[in-house]
Design a protein around this ligand. Structure first.
Ligand code: HEC
Length: 148
């Protein structure tokens, strides 16, 4: 009986603790994410609208991809991580950029990224790209997408 009482007090104390923390650090519960975070991922990039593909930006992105990403990703086959050729079809642009810029939090808190981690068993590395560089890589990935 004493133990049960102690356990419930502990649970209450923990809950109170969680409640006083910043919103971004509340819990690993996917329900804690906003619909925007579910769609666009967790990180610095909010929902973005893309224009036509910018070839120069895509070329810069390809160079970055070769150096920073190709050790783990291919376009049409799974490798250390998932194939990325169709990622801009499967995910929103902001999701892709947030996965590049904030993989640690994505794989901890986002239900889709958590599923990927469970499947690939390797945490995606943060390659320390700037937001501009991540945007360039996104542009390159757009050029790899299968025609719709
Ligand atoms: C150390 C290996 C590694 C490197 C380097 C890496 N990734 Fe990943 N990436 C992964 C793994 C593994 C996953 C699946 C999630 C997990 O297990 O953490 C992933 C997931 C992703 C996803 C989500 C895919 C989806 O289906 O939603 C994107 C987008 C992505 N990576 C892009 C990149 C880009 C762009 C780079 C280069 C800047 C990069 N990754 C560098 C291993 C890596």
């Amino acid at each position: 009986m004493k133990n049960i009482l102690f356990a419930s007090l502990l649970a209450l104390a923990l809950a109170a603790c969680g409640g006083s923390q910043e919103q971004t650090a509340t819990s690993a519960d996917p329900d804690a994410l906003t619909p925007g975070q579910i769609a666009d991922g967790i990180g610095p990039v909010r929902s973005i609208t893309l224009g036509p593909v910018d070839a120069a930006l895509a070329a810069a992105g390809e160079e970055l991809f070769t150096v920073k990403c190709s050790a783990c990703h291919k376009m049409t086959e799974r490798y250390v991580g998932p194939a990325l050729g169709d990622v801009t079809v499967r995910r929103t642009p902001a999701f892709v950029m947030n996965m590049i810029l904030n993989p640690e939090e994505m794989i901890k808190r986002h239900p889709e990224a958590k599923k990927l981690l469970a499947e690939f068993m390797t945490p995606m590395a943060n390659q320390n790209l700037t937001e501009e560089e991540a945007r360039a890589v996104l542009e390159y990935l757009r050029t790899q997408a299968p025609a719709q």
